[in-house]
Design a protein around this ligand. Structure first.
Ligand SMILES: Cc1cc2nc3c(=O)[nH]c(=O)nc-3n(C[C@H](O)[C@H](O)[C@H](O)COP(=O)(O)OP(=O)(O)OC[C@H]3O[C@@H](n4cnc5c(N)ncnc54)[C@H](O)[C@@H]3O)c2cc1C
Length: 517
């Protein structure tokens, strides 16, 4: 049930393992939240721009399995801008991680020396505990990322122009509502443990075109993908799934059932009494959600040369140059653009609580005003058309303590398995989290079917110097960190695979520090 990344990744993995899979998707297209569709005027748009990072190893594996890897382009420079249009770039130097980004960071013009020193101290703290600081726990639960940054003496500008800029978009939540564990983990995995963790992956095609291979992979092995096939009810008898009732009235039975729908949708499908009684389901009501707003703007001329920009001190957080990203010559700034006239940009605002109640026209005008400083060419350009897509419940909020409400991929109902970015993966609500959940659910089914198979991919290896720094400090004072790794592995988030020796050049392999929670 559900043709988002969780449903697709589990379905493809199970089909490859010899199962005959029937995938039931309510909508007329695959991809769930990470998809694209046609607007009433015929324009094809992504539900919202989606970004992946080099550290998303399971998503990468999934794209490879379904032949979509070549539709994702890798970008190795991060472009930043302030409201006045001053630019800064972060990119890797030949230095080994965790210092590979340090030279460009030292030159970065949009932060002061005091900001950079504070950030560097906090980064070193993250490295020295292998991404698992002991001081992220407060009284009776985790502390927020903002509290953690305050404890570590971050300047106001460092919080607003650096930590917030990266984390609000990565985790779709404000720093004051984000569990510090998630925030620290992003920096460890993406920026400190491995050289390629920070690299951006951006689709060179509309998102919906990434899933053709998934459908083929299922159908080639005798399976079936049913669109417009919404499930109305999961029928339960004597603690086991007895079958599904579809919205069309059709009854469906199977050996195993996997629900990969959003968590609130699952509660609607279960018999009410079970949804209330079983903590694994009842606790889902405690997961809060946060919004993301995408603003799509079509200009009559070229107004931007970079493929994307991360924006400081504005409501707009990212601007994506969709014309360039889709062009065959994308990849380098200044590369010749698609021959078409005009330019299509998309702005993204995560944790966009302040925009939910505002009208679409107000949001378009706000973005337009901000763009005039960032991209001066927009002042003269004509805005041909614009649209706003508000996802008011885009992802679950990674607030302190949320992990206790995320169920494992097995369920209290016999025959029913769960997948979705909201299940226990140790990852925030991302495409990577969704694929991890799909693989973990498929592993659970394969185990019950007595054909166990490992599908979950290891994290990128922790490279030599990061490893050495983490280990050295651990032997001094991190018994606590070790305990927390053991506890979280035992807690069964499922992503307990230790890092493995990597094959990438310069890899120092597994240093044994916990990189998964
Ligand atoms: C605006 C926005 C921007 C985002 N940006 C990023 C990003 O840049 N990077 C990133 O990694 N992640 C991003 N995410 C998060 C990412 O999209 C999700 O984490 C991921 O796609 C979730 O996949 P899923 O399969 O768990 O759930 P979904 O994608 O929600 O899939 C669930 C599927 O179940 C179907 N369904 C629901 N009810 C039924 C039913 N009764 N019967 C049958 N089918 C049903 C739905 O139609 C849907 O297709 C973003 C999300 C949003 C909303």
């Amino acid at each position: 049930m559900g043709g988002g990344l969780a449903g697709l990744s589990s379905a493809v993995a199970l089909a490859e393992a010899g199962f005959r899979v029937r995938l039931l998707e309510k909508r007329p297209h695959l991809g769930g939240r990470a998809t694209s569709y046609a607007l009433p005027d015929g324009e094809h748009v992504d539900n919202c721009q989606h970004v992946t990072l080099g550290c998303c190893t399971n998503l990468e594996d999934f794209y490879r399995r379904v032949g979509a890897s070549h539709k994702i382009r890798t970008y190795r420079r991060l472009y930043f801008t302030d409201p006045q249009g001053h630019r800064g770039v972060i990119e890797a130097s030949p230095l080994p991680p965790p210092f590979h980004l340090a030279p460009s960071f030292a030159r970065f013009p949009l932060l002061s020396g005091a900001d950079k020193r504070a950030i560097a101290r906090a980064m070193l703290k993250i490295v020295r505990c292998g991404g698992l600081p002991a001081d992220v726990d407060g009284n009776g639960g985790g502390i927020t990322m903002l509290e953690w940054l305050e404890r570590h003496g971050q300047t106001k500008a460092a919080v607003e122009r650096f930590w917030g800029v990266v984390l609000v978009s990565a985790l779709d939540e404000e720093l004051g509502r984000t569990d510090a564990r998630y925030g620290v983990d992003v920096f460890w995995k993406a920026f400190l443990a491995n050289r390629t963790g920070f690299e951006l992956g951006l689709p060179a095609v509309p998102l919906g075109e990434l899933y053709d291979g998934s459908r083929e992979a299922i159908e080639r092995r005798g399976g079936e993908v049913s669109l417009r096939a919404g499930v109305r009810l999961i029928r339960v008898a004597e603690g086991s799934v007895a079958g599904l009732q579809l919205e069309s009235g059709e009854q469906v039975t199977a050996d195993f059932y996997l629900a990969a729908v959003p968590h609130d949708a699952l509660l609607e499908l279960l018999p009410g009494e079970i949804a209330e009684r079983e903590p694994a389901f009842a606790n889902l009501r405690r997961l809060r959600t946060s919004p993301i707003t995408g603003v799509h703007l079509w200009f009559d001329r070229e107004v931007m040369s970079e493929p994307y920009l991360t924006v400081l001190d504005c409501t707009t957080q990212w601007i994506f140059n969709k014309s360039l990203l889709y062009s065959p010559s994308a990849g380098a700034v200044g590369a010749s653009r698609a021959a078409e006239a005009g330019q299509y940009l998309q702005s993204v605002i995560s944790a966009s609580y302040g925009l939910v109640a505002r009208s679409r026209q107000e949001i378009i005008e706000l973005c337009r005003r901000e763009l005039e400083g960032i991209l001066p060419a927009t002042r003269e350009a004509r805005l041909v058309k614009a649209t706003v897509i508000k996802e008011t419940a885009a992802t679950f909020s990674p607030e302190p303590g949320c992990d206790q409400w995320r169920p494992r991929q097995t369920s209290p109902i016999k025959g029913l398995f769960l997948a979705g970015d909201w299940t226990a993966t140790g990852w925030p609500a991302t495409m990577e989290g969704a694929v991890r959940s799909g693989y973990l659910a498929a592993e659970a089914i394969l185990a019950v079917a007595r054909t166990p198979r490992r599908l979950l991919q290891p994290d990128l290896p922790v490279q030599r110097v990061s490893c050495w720094l983490a280990k050295n400090s651990r032997s001094a004072h991190s018994k606590q960190a070790e305990d927390s790794v053991v506890a979280s592995r035992a807690g069964g988030c499922g992503s307990s695979e230790p890092t493995e020796q990597g094959s990438s050049a310069g890899s120092g392999g597994n240093c044994g520090v916990g990189t998964q929670k």
